[in-house]
Design a protein around this ligand. Sequence first.
Ligand code: PMP
Length: 425
Amino acid sequence: MGVQESEPLDVERIREDFPILGRKVGGDVSTPGEGPGDDTPLVYLDNAATSQTPDRVVDAIAEYYRVYNSNVHRGIHSLSQEASVAYEEAHDTVADFVGAEGREEIVFTKNTTEAMNLVAYAWGLEELGPGDEVVLTEMEHHASLVTWQQIGKRTGAAVKYIPVDEQGRLDMDAAAELITDDTRMVSAVHVSNTLGTINPIADLADLAHDHDAYVFVDAAQSVPNRPVDVSDLGADFLAFSAHKMCGPTGVGALYGREHILEEMQPYLYGGDMIRKVTYDDATWEDLPWKFEAGTPNVADGIAFAEACEYLDDVGLERIQAHEQQLTEYAYEELDARGDVTIYGPPADDRGGLVAFNVDGVHAHDLSSIVNDYGVAIRAGDHCTQPLHDKLGVAASARASFYLYNTREEIDVLLEAVDAAVELFA
Ligand code: PMP
């Protein structure tokens, strides 16, 4: 067992990397951080929506703007060269982080959503037609569900869903029947942002590949907090967002197998993605630049790589183990309260989040009451409306954990939940 697995996280030390965690909340939200009565310590449990950003990632952005801000690829002056090298190397770091072969397989996008749209438009619109099928799961995020639904409508391809069982797991027998020679794409979320289910992606990939279909993995909730390797998963495509993994907003990544990306047409046209243009035609740059039209998000791309290095330094196995402990604690404590319904698989078999409802208390009211205790959780459908319909509720409350959270913070959440029950009793 390596150091990473054997040593628990030094959470107090880690929290020093995130000054925001030391702030107080409350008061007048129109003056962030300065409202009257803002004296409640922040308990940030909305990490599945967006994680916090350590100083060294913030510093990487500031350093770019302070020291070598310049457009990439176009200049031969020093700043442009420095920016280009840093931006290109950021692709290598992100590629390494998920076990891709190299920068050719990593396209920087705006986020997970854009990565999905890129494949849906550039591959789906070209390749799909009547008689073809796209297989999703019932627990897909709208980013995938709506995107493939619309591409299905435009191309005539049918969209089918692998059912979710009572425990919030995929029905793999149904998957084996749904994935056939008509299937061209299987798109599945790795860790569900609502149920916390960890899906058997490698098994789905085997099924898909047996029928020559591709597999798209929505890894928005897995890459941030567990080691993810595209080869182990058998992924043909995989998408994730920097802002959920200690990085900045506005940048994410699409992994794609090199030969597939080579065959795909560009998604956006313009500068930076062309090699040669005449008045009649154009040819494309090498991968991954063929898919990165226009001036990219240079600063955030560089900071994205810094976030990967930060997580690597802390250790993904340790982060996963820490989250697992917090999740089990939160799950068991919430479950012990008879008036709480938790969605998804049991505590020892889920990602680092718990979506739940308290009898007689609307998720939005709950979220508002726990906010009075300084606790940030999310309430709503978490962009999984059809799944919530299936669960028979319009909304749920969701607490999600990360490397800097503590048991004491979960205790504050529990205290606030009890207060809400009391209030609505
Ligand atoms: N998929 C999953 C599973 C998610 O949790 C999210 C974010 N809620 C997304 C996709 C979309 O991510 P983004 O908004 O960064 O594009």
